[in-house]
Design a protein around this ligand. Sequence first.
Ligand SMILES: Nc1ncnc2c1ncn2[C@@H]1O[C@H](COP(=O)(O)OP(=O)(O)OP(=O)(O)O)[C@@H](O)[C@H]1O
Ligand SMILES: [Mg+2]
Length: 290
Amino acid sequence: MKFAVEATGVTVIYEEGTKALVNVDFNVEEGQFVALFASNGAGKSTLIKAITGLLKPQAGTVRIAGKELASMDPKELYSTVGVTFQNPDDQLFAATVEEDVAFGPRNLGLGEAEVARRVEEALTDVEAIHLRKKAIHHLSFGEKKRVVLAGILAMRPSILVLDEPTAGLDPAGEAAVMLLLSNLNRLKGLTIILATHSVDMLPLLAHSICVLSHGQVVQRGTAEEIFTESGILEQVGLRLPYVTTLLHQMKAFDGLPVNDLPLTIYQARIRFLELIPQDILAKPNGAPNA
Ligand SMILES: Nc1ncnc2c1ncn2[C@@H]1O[C@H](COP(=O)(O)OP(=O)(O)OP(=O)(O)O)[C@@H](O)[C@H]1O
Ligand SMILES: [Mg+2]
């Protein structure tokens, strides 16, 4: 088993004394899609900074693709790991969109033709090609998030670490970014680590979910394992997917005979179809599409 990220015993204490991470172990296998799922202030951004070399932990070690992070030079690190920050304004500095996206590949020493190819492909992937000539300071928040992601993709890293990449995007933008990330993971084998509150999307995408609270890992498992009951999640300020909550309540209050609770609309639909009397399904107007 090869690890893209191996963080062991990571402790981060900020200057004024906040213990943001306490002895955190966080391993991610190559090719996995892993979500950091936690409430505000739990330590997601701090963990992202610690595993991408943006801050140095007081204790613990981080290895990236088998190499000690501390021994990697910035060029090697950032062509392996692409990181997007929570706030896109912290990461955009060129005058125009295409200049910004070109910055990373140019810094890798690539020729202008290859840089142009990568800029075009990355902006197309994030559905922002129409913005290529725009001034950065004219972009909307959601557009900035997509441009930052394009800048990272243009570096062609094998590991993407994304701090709330869909926060502030509209539903179509959120779905498009999540689909893009899923495709990069499934089709191109990129390892993806993302901090998110988009709980309803997680069962569709994440192989593994890591729940943080007060700087510690409190749960790690598949969506099926994490979303079996709301108790622990509620204690740390999180919730189940809405569709799971609905079926949970219908089971508890209405006696709906379901055992394993669905995590996605697709799974819920299958359960309902199993429960609906066949004669109702047989009626032409009542029959849902297959
Ligand atoms: N530069 C800093 N100096 C001092 N304390 C900090 C600093 N950055 C973060 N913290 C504190 O560390 C803790 C973890 O913050 P972090 O930003 O990692 O949380 P988060 O899970 O990303 O939260 P959010 O969902 O709000 O983005 C918080 O208590 C926060 O106040
Ligand atoms: Mg954060």
